[in-house]
Write a protein that binds this ligand. Structure first.
Ligand code: URC
Length: 305
């Protein structure tokens, strides 16, 4: 008979720990010409961590302070070739050097810098590029890799070649049909690589990012849009078709509405020239585009990645 005299102790569920948001700037000096990599690196480790939670024994705990130091030491020792390569290096290190650690997840944001060219020079002065942030997340369990990269805060706008009509109308519908509207959004995208093990040749991460970003932007610019949903699919399918290393792309696209202002009260005609750029509410269009036969693994809510 079960002994019900004492309630069973509560059980520890999923847990992870590490140092979040390690800001690391690495300068590489090639004579007078300098190169810069600017990252925000978050380390999250999991494994045999029952004891520290249940009894307070730290025997299996690599301090979060050490994970921070490792980020900076690796930036010096190995350099930062790409965010992905750097994350892979770190994840492999934590899982293979510490027995109790079975899984490492490294998240990296990368901020871009461009050279300030001046009088034929431009060797060591930089300006931050736009507001766009490059992202990657590396997960390693000691045998297989998952690399999901992407970007956020990339604001794009088409001032024509966008329509929206033919939609459902019920008694609450007031939206006028649009045959020439502004289409604008702030792209948040994540794409998952099909590189999963060390036996496979890893992609050229820098080249892959540059090309994928360009396909995304070109698809946005070149698609005559009947809805933001259609534009989203055009961007995702172009990436999957053109980039063999990517099996899945997910987008979160706020529709940044631009409403024509009624200038009638001032005796003026608004010939698709003056708009009110509303910041909220906004339509939010989200979807995954997959290579046929592949499994969707990127979470539906991109804020969770
Ligand atoms: O591209 C659009 N998709 C929608 O689903 C939608 N709904 C809406 O009011 N405007 C738009 N635009």
């Amino acid at each position: 008979m079960a002994d019900n005299s004492r309630p069973a102790r509560p059980v520890l569920g999923q847990n992870q720990y590490g140092k979040a948001e390690n800001r690391v700037v690495r300068i590489t000096r090639d004579g007078a010409t300098h190169h810069i990599k600017d990252l925000n690196v978050s380390v999250s480790l999991s494994g045999d961590m029952e004891d520290v939670h249940y009894s307070g024994s730290n025997a299996s705990v690599l301090p979060t302070d050490t994970t921070k130091n490792t980020v900076y030491a690796f930036a010096k020792e190995h350099g930062i070739e790409s965010a992905e390569q750097f994350g892979i290096h770190l994840a492999r290190h934590f899982v293979t050097s510490q027995e109790p650690i079975h899984r490492a997840r490294i998240r990296i944001e990368e901020y871009g810098w461009e050279r300030i060219e001046h009088g034929g020079k431009g060797a060591h002065s930089f300006a931050r590029t736009g507001q766009e942030t490059r992202l990657t997340q590396i997960t390693y369990d000691g045998s297989s890799w998952e690399v999901v990269s992407g970007l956020k805060d990339l604001v794009v706008l088409n001032s024509t070649d966008s329509e929206f009509w033919g939609y459902v109308k019920d008694k609450y519908t007031t939206l006028p049909e649009a045959y020439d509207r502004i289409l604008a959004t702030e792209v948040s995208a994540r794409w998952r690589f099909n590189w999963t093990d060390d036996e496979q040749q890893a992609p050229d991460w820098e080249e892959s990012y540059a090309q994928t970003r360009q396909h995304l932007l070109r698809a946005f610019a070149e698609t005559y849009s009947l809805s933001l949903q259609q534009t989203l699919y055009a961007m995702g399918s172009r990436i999957v078709e053109q980039r063999a290393e990517i099996d899945e792309v997910r987008f979160s696209l706020p529709n940044k509405h631009h409403f024509l202002v009624d200038l009638g009260p001032f005796g003026l005609k608004n010939d698709n020239e003056v708009y009110f750029a509303a910041d909220r509410p906004y339509g939010l269009i989200e979807a995954t585009v997959l290579r046929d036969g592949c499994e969707a693994r990127i979470p539906a809510d991109l804020t969770n990645l």
